[in-house]
Ligand binder design. Structure first.
Ligand SMILES: Cc1cc2nc3c(=O)[nH]c(=O)nc-3n(C[C@H](O)[C@H](O)[C@H](O)COP(=O)(O)O)c2cc1C
Length: 196
């Protein structure tokens, strides 16, 4: 591992505070491209992407709100408004979902999920390398059928019975310099060295 790679991966942080400044489509494409270089067992390439930018974010907001309304009897206008605002926290959101078992030969589902998690990490690191901020968000809103119905990428549609999973929403933008950079002090690794 070169020093540059090490320095990049230890300096990457989840950046929640970004500006409204648009992110160029070519940069978003390169971030996605970086994701597709993640390792994948049996070359299933299980990652699928949906990009929400500009007014397209409203589609995600509508699906989240509708999903929340359908699965919660008691909801307040304030709560719905809070949910509706979530996709507008960054100029671009890449929804990354895992299409399980679509290869000619397939590993166990967990290996497809693992590959897509690696894809998301590659994307975060690529964004960091381009000077962008990103944060990987998950949460219960991605479990709503209304949100999953937005997962149409290429020839594939979200199929819950196959085990498909929304693995994350990667919020991407230019870091807002008015907020301090977050710190990270990882716990020491728990390692058992068997060397004798
Ligand atoms: C699978 C996964 C899901 C995450 N979901 C959320 C989330 O829903 N909301 C959030 O604020 N951060 C989320 N994060 C980001 C973590 O909070 C963040 O990685 C952690 O605080 C460590 O900070 P760092 O990424 O700056 O090192 C998620 C991270 C992972 C790996």
């Amino acid at each position: 591992m070169t020093k540059d790679i090490f320095a990049s991966l230890v300096s990457r942080r989840s950046i929640a505070k970004v500006t409204d400044q648009p992110v160029s489509r070519s940069l978003v494409e390169r971030v996605i491209e970086a994701g597709t270089f993640a390792p994948t067992h049996k070359r299933t390439d299980p990652w699928r992407f949906v990009v929400f930018e500009g007014d397209g974010r409203q589609k995600l907001a509508d699906a989240m709100v509708e999903g929340y309304k359908q699965s919660n009897r008691d909801f307040s206008a304030e709560k719905l408004e809070k949910i509706a605002q979530k996709p507008f926290r960054a100029p671009v959101i890449v929804m990354v979902w895992c299409a399980v078992g679509r290869g000619k030969k397939n590993p166990p589902p967990w290996e497809d999920y693992a590959a897509v998690a690696a894809c998301l990490q590659n994307m975060s690191l690529a964004a960091h390398g381009f000077g962008l901020g990103s944060i990987w968000r998950s949460g219960s809103l991605t479990h709503f059928p209304q949100v999953q119905a937005l997962c149409q990428s290429g020839d594939d549609s979200f199929n819950l019975e196959m085990g498909d999973q929304i693995m994350g929403l990667l919020y991407i933008g230019h870091p807002d310099c008015n907020y301090p950079e977050p710190n990270r002090f990882p716990n020491p690794a728990q390692v058992n060295w068997l060397d004798g």
